[in-house]
Ligand binder design. Structure first.
Ligand code: GLA
Length: 339
């Protein structure tokens, strides 16, 4: 029996910027997906062995049992099997595998449980390559399997995570710069209690609106604010303003972390949340309430929704030792967060 592990991720700042070629600053969390292979995949299998992909999950219903090679991942049932099937189809897997999936990531909680599953599946099926290559493979597989046009952030944060660091990713050049999280900072990932599913959200609509702006003013991360403010459609203008200002905030946040200026980093998180709430309109009452509650607590530097929004989690930056009474914490750590 062999096992592979892929973490989940939390994004400290820079949301709805990756698919527009902007900046993001995610980090891997200590929760994740483990796939233990009984036979096949990375475990030797005899000649003429099973040409089936079989996976069971400790938390998700149904058994994935598919003939190889896989032709149409979108039709796979149970639905969680589509991520695995998408990866197997992208890899052209023909060698069977019988494996157990276990995960301690909240499902629909905004910590990328699905990308974590996809990256773990790629590793279990014997994928080789750089973090960037694995991330591309999994992103394409997820997109093919679900039809959601997601960016590269989640898969890259998971495949390329560095212990104790967040990852500054320029999604245009796909360059990765690890940024150390100061020891005197705790990163909290908190549950809003509102589940979210990317496929059911307005994610694709937001992306189309940002692309409508790009068609007029060029790549949003580098567009001039004057050009953005002169866009005719007020909704398209607001979406563009978010992407442009969010990229500036990511850069400033990375600099603040490097300077150990947690007060400034916290302010930028609050500005980011407001921009996601007002200009990008991806927040919810539950997320806003949780952010407000956190900001009222002593020792909390900043808080914001994290990931796509429409529910899911909030990320907060706090002084070590702060207790968050009555709030459900999914993950907490500072430099101890491991990839
Ligand atoms: C989801 C997508 C990412 C990214 C975020 C928003 O998590 O999978 O690619 O677009 O939303 O920042």
């Amino acid at each position: 029996m062999s096992a592979v592990h892929a973490p989940g991720r939390v994004n400290l700042i820079g949301d709805h910027t990756d698919y527009m070629g902007g900046l993001v600053l995610p980090m891997a969390v200590q929760l994740g997906t483990t796939i233990s292979t009984v036979t096949g995949g990375t475990e030797p299998i005899g000649p003429g062995g099973p040409r089936r992909l079989v996976m069971r999950s400790d938390r998700l219903d149904g058994v994935v049992d598919l003939a190889l090679p896989i032709e149409d991942p979108t039709a796979v049932s149970p639905p969680w099997g589509r991520y695995v099937a998408g990866v197997a189809a992208a890899l052209g897997t023909t060698v069977g595998i019988d494996a157990e999936v276990s995960s301690d990531l909240p499902i629909g909680g905004g910590l990328s449980s699905s990308s974590s599953l996809a990256v773990a599946a790629a590793l279990a099926l014997g994928a080789h390559g750089t973090p960037l290559e694995i991330a591309h493979l999994c992103r394409d597989a997820e997109e093919a399997a679900t039809g959601v046009p997601c960016g590269i952030m989640d898969q890259l944060a998971i495949a390329g995570g560095v212990a104790g660091h967040a990852l500054l990713i320029d999604c245009a050049s796909e360059s990765l710069t690890p940024i150390r999280v100061p020891d005197d900072a705790n990163v909290w990932v908190l549950d809003s209690g509102q589940a979210r599913e990317l496929a059911g959200s307005e994610y694709a609509t937001r992306r189309a609106q940002a692309e409508a702006a790009e068609a007029v003013v060029g790549p949003l991360p580098r567009a001039s604010m004057a050009d953005i403010e002169s866009l005719d459609d007020p909704v398209v203008r607001a979406r563009a303003r978010h992407v442009r200002t969010e990229c500036d905030r990511v850069r400033s946040f990375a600099a603040a972390l490097e300077a150990d200026d947690l007060v400034r980093a916290g302010q930028l998180m609050v500005e980011s949340h407001r921009s996601l709430r007002d200009d990008y309109q991806v927040s919810t009452d539950a997320l806003d309430r949780l952010v407000d509650r956190l900001l009222g607590m002593d020792g909390v530097f900043g808080a914001r929704l994290t990931g796509a929004g429409f529910g899911g989690c909030v990320v907060a930056l706090a002084r070590p030792g702060v207790t968050l009474d009555g709030i459900r914490v999914w993950a907490s750590a500072g430099a101890a967060i491991v990839a």
